[in-house]
Design a protein around this ligand. Structure first.
Ligand code: ZN
Length: 474
């Protein structure tokens, strides 16, 4: 169906004020030169007509610009200045769904208003941690298949720890987007993303287009560098770019999701989006770039009163410290081979359910093969044999201590709403003002390869998903 012209226009902002003034002008010009006699009767009539018309037009505009119904969907918009499709993937770490309502976020709002939004947020993969999720986004794989099953872990076959600074390709399975892109002869540029420093396939992390992680680089510098890529000759502008901000995760851990510090961090991230939009507009390419803005996970407030101590299980089974790979919010346990994992799980759950362990009802342990299927968290030797699911906001510790703190955490079951993040797509392939249901972030890989018209590697995303979220080609 034909699309209202306003929907086809470039972003800027058709405010209701401008609509009003336009309508008023329009109506006033249609008023005939007034014969003094009839003006008494006609003027009120004309005024009423004008007001009704204006109202109708305003309502129609509001309806079209906010509606998600399919008749505003149309084909992808042609590129104006760029010669090839470009995807700019932006991550704001720990941007919990709902943070966008904490304060004025005019720039994020603009992307939402003129783009496609997951109405109730983006669903992270389990565990809802930074590295497993960022790498799921760029590979389309669940952590069991892409290999980064935690931020820090031990591989029993490799016998050395993985840390967030492990750049050896042996850890990083699957095919991340930058590799897929360069394998197709296109260019990619990464301004930070877990795994981007790793040489894989045709991707060699070239110095000019790939930054080695350094959290102290000011956000402004990151945005400026990405903008500079658009000053390159058209054929050299990377088809795929990443941009990463470590906020508001940083503040969320310190103070929890409801502190004013989060509000400030959100305003700052919004300011960076504003700087980016302005720079792209100045280069005449804002409407040509497919911007995907998302976060890796959410955040929930935690306080010491919500603790579960493993030493309280000693009556049923002793769990020594050196069996534990991680405590919270993902409890993962690798007992020595002489122990039966099933037996350990049975005894732990017996204790937890007994009513004699403080907060025991808020933790349930599983042999990994018996975890709910929806978590996709068993098919890897790297995943320890016993996994504990901890209730939202609870923490597991070895034993009680005098420490007393409140803050924020993430890593819990991805079914918790607090673990959700945001998804906004803006650009030629995204319908304006469209809302879509929440989806898992493993769907993003296929979405990006579809926008770039390249064949992706096989992955856990659904091949038909891009059709449900992207505008079809002409
Ligand atoms: Zn974090």
């Amino acid at each position: 169906m034909a699309v209202p012209t306003k929907e086809e226009d470039e972003d800027p902002p058709i405010s209701s004020t401008s609509l009003l003034s336009f309508d008023t002008d329009d109506c006033s010009t249609s008023i005939p030169p007034k014969p003094p006699f009839s003006s008494v009767i006609f003027t009120p009539l004309i005024l009423v007509t004008c007001v009704s018309l204006s109202t109708a037009i305003i309502f129609a505009y509001l309806f079209f610009s906010h509606s998600s119904v399919s008749f505003i969907s149309h084909v992808s918009r042609p590129l104006q200045k760029l010669k090839h499709p470009v995807v700019l993937l932006i991550s704001s770490d720990g941007f919990r769904f709902g943070y966008q309502y904490k304060t004025d976020t005019p720039n994020i709002d603009r992307l939402i208003r003129n783009g496609t939004e997951a109405e109730l947020g983006l669903i992270p993969v389990f565990p809802t941690l930074t590295f497993p999720n960022h790498y799921a986004i760029v590979t389309g794989l669940y952590p069991a298949y892409h290999g980064i099953i935690n931020n820090i872990f031990l591989d029993p076959n490799i016998r050395e720890p993985f840390t967030m600074a492990s750049y050896d390709p042996k850890w990083w399975l699957g095919e991340p987007l930058w590799e897929t892109v360069v394998n197709h002869g296109l260019k990619a540029a990464t301004y930070f993303w877990p795994g981007s420093e790793v040489n894989k396939g045709g991707w060699t992390c070239p110095e000019s287009l790939c930054k080695i992680y350094n959290g102290s680089v000011p956000f402004e510098e990151r945005v400026d560098t990405v903008l500079n890529y658009f000053d390159l000759p058209n054929s050299e502008i990377p088809s795929f770019m990443t941009l990463y901000f470590g906020d508001p995760d940083h503040q969320g851990h310190k103070v929890g999701p409801d502190d004013p510090q989060i509000t400030e961090a959100i305003a700052r991230v919004d300011g960076m989006i504003g700087k980016l939009i302005q720079g792209l507009e100045a280069r005449g390419v804002f409407e040509d770039v497919n911007i995907i803005m998302l976060g890796d996970h959410g955040m929930v407030g935690t306080c010491d009163k919500k603790l579960i101590f493993l030493e309280d299980l000693a009556r049923w089974i002793k769990i020594p410290k050196d069996w534990i790979q991680s405590y919270s919010p993902l409890l993962s346990i690798r007992p020595p081979p002489s122990y039966s994992s099933k037996d350990v799980v049975t005894k732990m759950n017996e204790g937890l359910k007994s009513g004699k362990v403080k907060n025991g009802q808020y933790l349930k342990v599983y042999v990994k093969e018996e975890l709910p299927d929806r978590l996709h968290y068993s098919e890897s030797d790297r995943i320890p044999p016993i996994i504990g699911l901890i209730d939202e906001a609870f923490k597991v510790e070895q034993k009680s201590s005098k420490r007393n703190e409140c803050g924020g955490s993430h890593g819990y079951d991805n079914a918790f709403f607090s673990m959700r993040s945001i998804f906004i797509g803006h650009g030629p392939k995204f319908a304006r003002g469209r809302k879509v249901p929440s989806f898992e972030n493993v769907q993003i890989y296929n979405m990006v390869t579809t926008i770039l018209n390249i064949q992706g590697a096989s992955n856990n995303g659904t091949s038909s998903f891009p059709k449900t979220i992207l505008l079809p080609s002409h």
